[in-house]
Ligand binder design. Structure first.
Ligand code: NFE
Length: 596
């Protein structure tokens, strides 16, 4: 028996440590540990809820902007604010574009090198690569000359001995199974995807003023001026043309490069439809409203829960059943660490009890992560593209069913193969494929509203805090690229008194709970084959298939173990506005200086 540790896991956002127990060439147990802290919830306390989104979206720069949307939704929910249709459409376009860009980046830049041996690309015959490319897609960059050029670039990189973005790979590992020609094809598309994602995300630069961290949200709508007769407006006919061009180019790339590549790579690794299954429980809050955010029945991505791999039943989502454990997390609860707490009454009281970093071993029987353990109805859940796809599939969504059935037919496989590492990768590609079809519809609706003179983009009815109740609370749910995201806010006397986020990677990467139930990564790693314990590439394949983001997933820590409870009060400055509460500022400084 060997304890195989990967720390840090790279090609992710944030700091993740995976410990596995390997017996007879298989993973027999696994533990997932978030080893980093952040302090956004703390920074938010005492602030004006209308500005929460600006801070909240700094939680992460990978799933950029998703926390801004969850935040404005939470505050709008607390204050009972509806947004104009144009704001709904702009938010859908922004979030949809984020979904596509994130999935493309994940497959090529964060995950492909688990399956693609860059060094083997050097041995490929460019003419045969060209034949392969033309056999799977109409994408025009497919000549032998083109692939020879890519190969020469990689050769020059290797000759320079500075492998740059291709350094520290497990090159030559026996688990790599692609022929040299497929490796060269994937490397070419890796490079092309860098350009594609940069070009496409100009949608954010226009609609959000910049990317990452868009600047145009408002509680009650958006601040993007829309006017068909105004050349200076952010949204005008010229910009609609630009959005359509960007969306069309992304659609071509997704459908002619990304989807065919996923299918081609999967065809060489079919056994990975049998590994990485995980919990068998899936949850999606659903998203992309067609009307009101309060009517999930017409969301483009449906809402639901699937339990125990049963695709015959989609259970409704009751947000009141969401709670978090800290039994194995470096926090304490006033109600005891065996109990769970709902986010509306959430506590963020850090208490580090692990070894002093750097450490070789973690006591995984005790507390071992900065992530909490979210549970739905006391059950661990997988969230993300696979969960969304399964919920849509099981709900009878015609478009998703068609796409999923086409993939299953290609591999002559039943739907149960989706419960796997490759299932996650395929679901992400299916989702991007569906999203690039949908984006032009939202752009057209925006254009149509503008043409009919509807230029409302912000509902200012409750902008004045004097119109707010003395105290209120709300939550905002969303489907971020990595899965179900929720922000919970409590407002008193016009200020935030408590703010909690439960993000996708906390659901997936969280540790065991009080009942010993594993989190999604931990469960998915069981039974993974390991060819070489010194180079556990196969572990990375399954962990990366979730697209981890630990920056999103962690909460606040204090190296001195002090509480960030609600006792810290907001301190108004001389202007009467409230910045970081003094006590919180001191605690945050202590956390940063605490050496953790
Ligand atoms: Ni930082 Fe994120 C997404 C959110 S966490 S990447 O998508 O919310 O998994």
């Amino acid at each position: 028996m060997a304890r195989v540790v990967i720390d840090p896991v790279t090609r992710i956002e944030g700091h993740l440590r995976i410990e596995t127990e390997v017996n007879g060439g298989r993973v027999t147990d696994a533990w997932s540990s978030g080893t980093m802290f952040r302090g956004i919830e703390l920074i938010l306390r005492g602030r004006d809820p209308r500005e929460a989104w600006i801070w909240a979206q700094r939680i992460c720069g990978v799933c950029t902007t998703v926390h801004a949307l969850a935040s404005v939704r939470a505050v709008e929910n607390a204050l009972g604010i509806d947004i104009p249709d144009n704001a709904r459409l702009v938010r859908n376009i922004i979030a949809g574009a984020q979904n596509v860009q994130d999935h493309v980046i994940h497959f090529y830049h964060l995950h492909a090198l688990d399956w693609v041996d860059v060094t083997l690309a050097l041995k490929a015959d460019p003419a045969k690569t060209s034949q392969l490319a033309q056999s799977i897609s109409e994408w025009p960059k497919s000549s032998a000359t083109y692939f020879k050029g890519v190969q020469d670039r990689v050769k020059a990189l290797v000759a320079s001995r500075q492998l740059s973005l291709f350094s520290s790979g497990d090159w030559g590992h026996p688990a790599y199974q692609l022929p040299p020609e497929a490796n060269l094809l994937a490397v070419a598309h890796y490079i092309e995807a860098l350009d594609m994602q940069r070009d496409f995300i100009r949608i954010h630069a226009v609609l959000g003023g910049k990317n990452p961290h868009l600047q145009t949200y408002l509680v009650g709508g958006m601040s993007t001026a829309i006017d068909g007769n105004e050349p200076e407006a952010v949204i005008n006919p010229e910009r609609i043309t630009l959005f359509n061009e960007l969306a069309a180019r992304a659609k071509t790339f997704v459908q002619q490069v990304y989807v065919p590549d996923v299918l081609a790579v999967a065809s060489f690794y079919k056994e990975w439809f049998g590994y990485g299954e995980g919990l068998g429980n899936f949850m999606a809050y659903g998203d992309f409203p067609s009307g009101s955010i309060n009517d999930p029945s017409d969301f483009f991505f449906p809402r639901g829960v699937i339990l125990g791999r049963d695709l015959a039943t989609v259970h409704p989502v009751d947000p009141g059943k969401i709670a978090e454990y800290v039994t194995h997390s470096w926090y304490e609860y006033s109600v005891g660490d065996q109990a769970s707490r709902r986010p509306a009454e959430g506590e963020t009281s850090p208490k580090y009890s692990g070894p002093k970093p750097p450490y070789l071993v973690l006591d995984t029987d005790a507390k071992y992560s900065w992530l909490k353990s979210p549970r739905y109805d006391d059950k661990p859940m997988e969230v993300g593209p696979l969960a969304r796809t399964l919920v849509a599939y099981a709900s009878g969504d015609a478009q998703v069913k068609k796409s999923v059935d086409a993939v299953l037919a290609k591999f002559n496989a039943p739907p149960t193969v989706l419960f796997s590492t490759l299932g996650r990768i395929a679901a992400r590609a299916i989702e991007a494929d569906i999203m690039v079809e949908k984006l032009p519809e939202w752009i057209a609706q925006l254009d149509d509203n503008m043409a009919h003179g509807d230029v409302r983009i912000h509902n200012g009815d409750k902008w004045d805090p004097e119109s707010w109740p003395k105290s209120c609370a709300g939550f905002g749910l969303e489907e971020a690229p990595r899965g179900s995201l929720g922000h919970w806010v409590e407002i008193e006397n016009k200020k935030i008194v408590n703010y909690q986020c439960i993000v996708p990677s906390t659901w997936n990467a969280g540790p065991r709970d009080a009942h010993g139930q594993r989190g999604a990564y931990e469960a998915a790693l069981l039974n993974t084959p390991i060819a070489d314990p010194e180079r556990p590439l196969e572990v990375l394949r399954t962990v990366h298939s979730f697209d981890p983001c630990l920056a999103c997933a962690v909460h606040v820590v204090d190296g001195k173990g002090r509480s960030y409870g609600r006792e810290a009060e907001a301190v108004p400055d001389s202007e009467g506005t409230t910045s970081l509460p003094a006590d919180s500022a001191a605690l945050y400084k202590a956390a940063v200086q605490g050496g953790l």
